[in-house]
Design a binder for this molecule. Sequence first.
Ligand code: IPD
Length: 262
Amino acid sequence: MSDELVDLAVTTARDAGQLLLDYAQRRHLDVETKTSATDPVSEADRAAERLITDRILTARPEDGIVGEEDQANRSGSSGRVWLVDPLDGTVNYLYGIPAWCVSICCRDEEGALIGVVHDPNRDEVFTAVRGVGAWSGSGPLHVSTAGALEEALVATGFSYGAERRGAQGRWAADLLTRARDLRRFGAAALDLAWTAAGRFDGFYEVGLHPWDYAAGMLIVDEAGGRTSRRDVELAGEPVECVLAGAPRIHDALVEWLVGEVS
Ligand code: IPD
């Protein structure tokens, strides 16, 4: 069964990626804003989500689906639910920066079962199956061997609201004095996939949504990494923080988060 689900997720993510590349050639895209003036959604995000939901619900009509752009959310009756971010990194996409991806996760009663993150710009597909492993076109994925925060390259991201961003910026400034360096590429699912591939040693972000992290976290876990989610207070509100990385870097990030900033 998991082979069928992987085929469905990979083929669908690849087709959505091609659709997004095609839309990116257009001179004009309709863009609206969501949670704040800096949080965009374009007709390309919506078209990619439509393609993904149509494919998944046609192949698996009993499954549930939750998509970032909210076009076809349904709970289903099979016990399986698909979490879909049709275009993670919309701001990059709209600026022509090739750092965005398609993220698809299939969850069952025990948690994430299949995770696929597709980067159409580099033609890379990162895939994981719970208990089986994680791989991309070039073979099995392994997290880095980094052991100490001061030698870790850590990726993170920022929310769209100004108040949250202010607090996130202060946390990032603190971490900058403790880690090798920070990266903010603008697509959380891709950050996680790159962490699984050892391109980053660790990742954390406060305020993500399940469609941003579900596939990527499974890929990190199956690449020998460690992941967790914890509630923290950010700008006076309880918010979830997602952490991932090589095992010792993940643990050092948790220690930093608990001890220094929360
Ligand atoms: C965003 C990206 C970004 C992260 C934001 C997300 P979107 O997703 O993953 O890296 O920092 O928190 O909302 O809006 O481009 O799908």
